[in-house]
Design a protein around this ligand. Structure first.
Ligand SMILES: [Zn+2]
Ligand SMILES: [Zn+2]
Length: 352
């Protein structure tokens, strides 16, 4: 089959590779929609631990089952599935709580762990072998484009659930209007937010506009002379917001997120998943602010099933996030466009 192969750090090619091997607990998925994100850029640079070159990436994809392993129940040939990237070992204390994203056997395939597109072959290919427990049947009425967002939307829903979700009528700030932030704006409303403020930088122009179209009530653009936290406070009578969801991934964004929460508010820091960024925060912001601060990484087992229902109900629209479509055979132009932000791509849909 044809697949994208990261041959060594900063080098890739589209190559002919063997079809994925079947297995009793696996389904083979013919990929119908697949894409790349900023994490793939880090993977290619060789800065993501446990990824070994040569590597077949791709962790945001969906497709049709063409083969079902002997032990697999509840899935059939022809089913349209979306895929969750984290597959826990299933046996460690965290996996027993369903927290596949925190599996203590990360990277250990023999123990049963797999991180699709990271530690095992992924979905930038014609076919992918997926452990059945990570393949989620798409709800009625949704197509492969929706399936491609299964993992991503699960990550966003989990960030909210880390902080106990949204209480009806609360004010929520979403920091960082990338794909995850744009989904977060919609999830906030789906969960009952009364008001959603999206926070970005001047370079985010188009995305902030899109955030408004997707339901953001207010837009705050960081300026050199006034911190976005102050702007958010001004919009909330000086008080700050009930809940901050941060998907920007910078130290500045993390600090500002803490500074824009109301006293006793909740802050979920979910953007910066790589080491090396340090917060420089006045501790009194957290202590006197009586803040609940949560870190959130990826998504636990099965949350994407519920996330997909939000798409089915029309509460989350992923279509405007697909800004471009390029055949997988043209992967190098898609990559160039994404890395160079040429045409401001959010998600580039690729069909093998
Ligand atoms: Zn991703
Ligand atoms: Zn585990």
């Amino acid at each position: 089959m044809r697949a994208v192969v990261f041959t060594e750090p900063d080098k890739f090619e589209l190559a002919n590779v063997p079809d994925p091997a079947s297995g009793a607990d696996l389904v083979i998925v013919a990929i119908k929609a697949t894409t790349i994100c900023a994490t793939d850029v880090k993977i290619l640079h060789g800065t993501v631990p446990f990824v070994k070159f040569p590597h077949n990436p791709g962790h945001e994809f969906g497709g049709e089952i063409v083969e079902v392993g002997a032990n697999v129940k509840g899935l059939r040939k022809g089913d349209l599935v979306g895929v969750e990237a984290h597959v826990g070992c299933g046996n460690c204390p965290r996996c027993l709580e369903g927290l596949y994203n925190l599996c203590e056997n990360y990277g250990n395939r023999e123990a049963g762990h797999a991180h699709i597109g990271f530690t095992v072959a992924g979905g930038l290919a014609e076919y992918c072998a997926v452990p059945a427990k990570a393949a989620h049947l798409m709800p009625e009425g949704l197509n492969a484009n929706h399936a491609m967002f299964t993992d991503t939307l699960g990550i966003v829903l989990w960030a909210f659930e880390r902080a106990g979700g949204v209480r009806g009528g609360e004010t929520v700030a979403v920091v960082g209007p990338g794909a995850l932030g744009l989904l977060a704006v919609q999830v906030a409303h789906a969960l009952g937010a009364g008001r959603v403020i999206v926070v970005g930088i001047p370079a985010d122009g188009n995305r902030l506009e899109l955030a408004s179209r997707l339901g953001a009530d207010d837009v705050v653009i960081a300026k050199s002379d006034i911190s976005p936290a102050r702007s958010v406070r001004e919009l909330t009578n000086g008080k700050g917001v009930d809940l901050v969801i941060e998907f920007a991934g910078t130290a500045d964004a993390g600090r500002q997120s803490l500074e824009m929460a109301r006293r006793g508010g909740r802050v979920v820091l979910a953007g910066s998943t790589s080491p090396g960024r340090e917060l420089n925060v006045d501790l009194s912001v957290i202590v006197r602010g009586h803040l609940n601060v949560y870190g959130s990484v990826a998504n636990p087992q099965g949350i994407s099933r519920r996330a997909n229902v939000l798409m089915q109900k029309g509460l989350v629209d992923v279509t405007p996030l697909i800004t471009h479509e390029i055949a997988l055979s043209e992967f190098s132009s898609a990559w160039k466009m994404f890395v160079g932000r040429d045409g401001d791509p959010i998600r580039i849909l690729m069909r093998p």
